[in-house]
Design a protein around this ligand. Structure first.
Ligand SMILES: C[S@@+](CC[C@H](N)C(=O)[O-])C[C@H]1O[C@@H](n2cnc3c(N)ncnc32)[C@H](O)[C@@H]1O
Length: 267
């Protein structure tokens, strides 16, 4: 540990170091996940399950890029409605089926899909059952691309507990070790694990697509005005807003680590 004297000398002479920190490290952006999927080698006519598809925008892109067929699965009627709208606007209703259902009990036959795209969903689900179901519907030799944000050692237990409650996170889906164990139990073999850490967030800032200052300011205001906000909007709404705001900030600080798993169903 430096003395106070040494510390101020270090700060006074750190211009070069500060300058180095203004240079981009070339972070990967969200498009990179589509490259990972392309590397699987999907063929026209193959069936891709988008598990937890929300409005199906990713299913639409996969169909356009690879000529595949897709199934957009999501349990929320609201999301199914949005998916129908987007798919109709993209004139792809003949290539994408919208299925209302949960990953823990997928209403599809065994071995009926070639590939699974599962982006930002496993944190919310029973990962043991969800991964077993993905393995069941996947054909032997098929693979899953799963993007999941997991907790790191830097996330304090109290932060983890409040984030879990606020953002409907499950114990399994939020823990890399438990996810890997659940995948192995489901008979899935690891093809690759890529820890993206803060890369997507860095890229969003560098591209001007996200301004963390806005979120930090909102967090500060939420903290100062919490009681009034809770009275006005209710505790669940305030906690959910806080969880959403902290999500990106924690990724940037290394408390949460976006991770991409590619799992293959053994033959
Ligand atoms: C963070 S959003 C991600 C949506 C989309 N995959 C994306 O990357 O933009 C999480 C999605 O998971 C869905 N979801 C929540 N619980 C689920 C479950 N048990 N099975 C399948 N999807 C679920 C939600 O409805 C929501 O659409």
């Amino acid at each position: 540990m430096p003395t106070v004297h040494e510390l101020y000398e270090l700060w006074a002479g750190d211009a070069e170091l500060r300058d180095a920190l203004t240079r981009s490290l070339g972070p990967r952006g969200t498009d990179w996940l589509f490259e990972v999927f392309a590397e699987l080698g999907p063929q026209p006519g193959d069936v891709v399950l988008d598990a937890g598809s929300r409005d199906a925008v990713h299913a639409i892109r996969l169909v356009r890029e690879h000529g595949v067929r897709a199934i957009a699965l999501d349990p929320l009627p609201l999301h199914a409605e949005l998916a129908h709208e987007k798919i109709a606007a993209a004139a792809l209703a003949d290539r994408i089926d919208v299925v209302e259902g949960a990953i823990e009990s997928i209403p599809l036959p065994d071995g009926s899909v070639d590939w699974v795209w599962c982006r930002d969903v496993l944190v919310h689900v029973d990962a043991q059952r969800g991964l077993a179901e993905l393995a069941r519907v996947l054909r032997p030799g098929g693979a899953i691309v799963a993007y999941v944000t997991v907790a790191t050692d830097r996330l304090e237990p109290e932060e983890a507990a409040s984030l879990r409650g606020a953002a409907a996170l499950t114990d399994d889906g939020f823990d890399a070790g438990r996810l890997e164990a659940a995948a192995a139990d489901a008979g899935l073999a690891v093809r690759s694990v890529e820890r993206l850490g803060s890369e997507w967030r860095e890229r969003m800032i560098e591209d001007g697509a996200w301004n963390p200052t806005d979120d930090l300011l909102a967090i500060a205001r939420l903290n100062r005005d919490r009681r009034e906000l809770v009275d006005q909007y209710g505790p669940a709404a305030v906690a959910a807003a806080e969880g959403g705001l902290l999500w990106g900030i924690y990724q940037l600080l290394g408390k949460l680590c976006p991770t991409v798993f590619v799992w293959e169903r053994r033959g």
